[in-house]
Write a protein that binds this ligand. Structure first.
Ligand code: THU
Length: 129
């Protein structure tokens, strides 16, 4: 497996800043753009639960705000024991900025354990016609 060190470090740093007083479940994500820049994001919860945002959502927002448009890789990690994968809404959010070769990397607290393609992430996704 390739070395995703920088992306992993960024996602773990983002995870350390997660705001999760309600679920106590931190998630960190890091996006690498097609021009090699990295943007991190964490989940940010709210007392009005549905107002909370996911880590992937935060990382994508940071990428867009920084002028990025295409995701080469996105790495997702959490402070849970099991490997997590993006929620349904985040699968749609990620897909919006994917390339055919985009890698979705799922990591535990040590390393990348699983790699998914965009097609695997959301089969039969809605597309405008
Ligand atoms: N969460 C994420 O940040 N990303 C996901 O893909 C799934 C869930 C967050 C939302 C909430 O703050 C916590 O994990 C527990 O659901």
């Amino acid at each position: 497996m390739k070395n995703y060190h920088q992306l992993f470090i960024s996602a773990r740093e983002a995870l350390a800043r997660a705001y999760t007083p309600y679920s106590r479940f931190g998630v960190g994500a890091a996006v690498e753009t097609d021009d090699g820049r990295i943007f991190g994001g964490c989940n940010v919860e709210n007392v009005s639960y549905p107002c909370g945002t996911c880590a992937e959502e935060s990382a994508i927002a940071a990428m867009i705000c920084g002028g990025g448009r295409k995701i080469r890789r996105i790495l997702i990690t959490s402070d849970g024991k099991e490997l997590i994968s993006p929620c349904g809404a985040c699968r749609q959010r990620i897909l919006e900025f994917c390339l055919p070769e985009t890698e979705i990397l799922l990591a535990d607290d040590k390393e990348v354990k699983k790699i998914m393609t965009a097609a695997e992430l959301l089969p039969g996704a809605f597309r405008e016609f």
